[in-house]
Every structure is written in structure tokens, then in C-alpha cells.
Design a protein around this ligand. Structure first.
Ligand SMILES: C[S@@+](CC[C@H](N)C(=O)[O-])C[C@H]1O[C@@H](n2cnc3c(N)ncnc32)[C@H](O)[C@@H]1O
Length: 226
């Protein structure tokens, strides 16, 4: 294990693994893992080999139950999607959806996104990164757990193509402000006020909307690499 790997392993996690029971559908989904699952241990992924063709590559971090990722992959069938989620039940749910809808353009990692990006994704290879409703960690003492941090944007700058877009949605106003601040202080990123990808709603989002929360969709374009 190299120095960078040791440093990565010591970073504070942006999630807490939930034990929770999974449904029979989610357990069924896991039977499909060998077909759609990718492992960090396998190292750098070659999308052409993995999907059998060349296409724009989109990654979604923290897809939850995978409902919105599956519908985006069905709508944008000309693109390749890689979903990353640590929550095993969510991965089972997405595997189930992929199988049922017969989607051939999604692959999944069940691992920490920081590990996946650092160890499996080639530099300058991503056309879009989407992160919908990352855990807001609202308490001040927990804010160091937030996924969106300066070092995270440094990793993204390395992995994404020039001109590619980072799309983040949150329903936590203070986190939206924090994200804007971190991104504007991070070299190479520019906020794009008029972008709109017509994102489907997510499970977490619908819960927030029921509670009366506002939703903030933020777009940042990578205009400079170094
Ligand atoms: C608040 S939930 C939102 C889920 C989904 N995007 C939605 O809107 O319904 C955040 C998700 O991000 C996942 N997550 C947090 N940090 C992660 C990381 N470093 N790598 C992969 N998944 C992560 C969590 O397991 C959780 O499922």
C-alpha cells in the first residue's frame, strides 16, 4: 500500500454504515452483482472494456436506492453511468432495477467514493459528476464529515474532463452556501447558473419536500485543470 493509499484510508468518512435489514427484492438484486458490480481491488476501470463501447461517462456518488440513477440511465441510453454507494441495501435495490429494466449502461461500486475515484477512475475521463442530496451533517462538530471538501474537489479536478460539469443538489440551505463557498475557493471551478439537466426527483428529496424544505441545484463547470 502506497503513501497516498494510507492517507486516503485515514480520511474521515462522509457516511456511517447502517446495518438495517434489507428487503427480499434487495437481496434478490445482489444475485446480479457479478454482472453489474465493480470492485476497487480490480484497479483502474476501462469503460470501453467494461461497457463494450465508447461513450460519455457519468458518475453518481451516493445514489441511495438508485431510483433516479436508473431512470437517468434509461433516458440517456447513449451515455455510460457508474454509480457509487456504500449502503448495501441501496446497491441491492439498484441491481434489482437494472435487472428488471434490462439496463446495459450502468455499473456499480459498493464502496467509498473517495477510494473508487482515487484508485479506479482514470484522470481526465469523466464527462459529468452528479451528487444528489449528500448527507448535510448539519451539526458543527460533524461538518468535517461532509463529502464536499477542498481535497474532494482536487480529486474531481484531476478525474474530470475540461468543460465537464459537477451537479450537486441539496435541500439544506446552509450546506448549499458551504458548497458554493468551497467550490468558488477551489481552483478551476466556475458556477453555471443556467444549467438544467432535468434531473428526476430522488427519494431523499421527496422526504424533504414533504417537510417543506427548499431544493438547491448547483452546477459547476471545470474551466481550468491546473
Ligand atoms: C442523504 S443520502 C441521499 C441518497 C440519494 N441520492 C437520494 O437523494 O435519495 C446520501 C447517500 O450518500 C451515500 N454516501 C455518503 N458518503 C458516501 C461515500 N463517500 N461514498 C459512497 N456513498 C456515500 C450514503 O450511503 C447515502 O446513501
Amino acid at each position: 500500500m502506497g503513501r497516498v493509499d494510507i492517507l486516503i484510508d485515514h480520511l474521515i468518512k462522509s457516511y456511517v454504515r447502517r446495518a438495517g435489514r434489507s428487503t427480499s427484492g434487495q437481496r434478490q438484486g445482489w444475485l446480479q452483482w457479478d454482472q453489474w458490480g465493480l470492485m476497487v481491488e480490480s484497479g483502474i476501470v476501462d469503460p470501453v472494456h467494461c461497457f463494450g463501447s465508447k461513450a460519455p461517462l457519468v458518475i453518481e456518488i451516493g445514489f441511495g436506492m438508485g431510483e433516479s440513477l436508473a431512470s437517468m440511465a434509461a433516458l440517456e441510453s447513449e451515455k455510460h453511468f457508474i454509480g457509487i454507494e456504500v449502503h448495501r441495501s441501496g446497491v441491492g435495490a439498484l441491481l434489482n432495477r437494472i435487472h428488471t429494466a434490462n439496463l446495459s449502461n450502468i455499473r456499480i461500486y459498493c464502496d467509498d467514493a473517495i477510494h473508487v475515484l482515487s484508485r479506479c477512475i482514470s484522470d481526465h475521463s469523466l464527462d459529468r459528476m452528479q451528487i444528489y442530496f449528500p448527507d448535510p451533517w448539519p451539526k458543527r462538530k460533524h461538518q468535517k464529515r461532509r463529502l464536499i471538501q477542498p481535497y474532494f474537489l482536487d480529486i474531481l479536478r484531476q478525474k474530470m474532463k475540461l468543460g465537464s460539469v459537477l451537479h450537486i443538489a441539496t435541500d439544506w440551505g446552509e450546506y448549499a452556501e458551504y458548497i458554493l463557498q468551497v467550490c468558488s475557493n477551489s481552483p478551476g471551478w466556475r458556477e453555471e447558473k443556467n444549467s438544467d439537466f432535468g434531473r428526476p426527483s430522488t427519494k431523499f428529496e421527496r422526504r424533504g419536500v414533504r417537510l417543506g424544505y427548499d431544493v438547491y441545484d448547483l452546477y459547476f463547470k471545470l474551466f481550468e485543470k491546473e
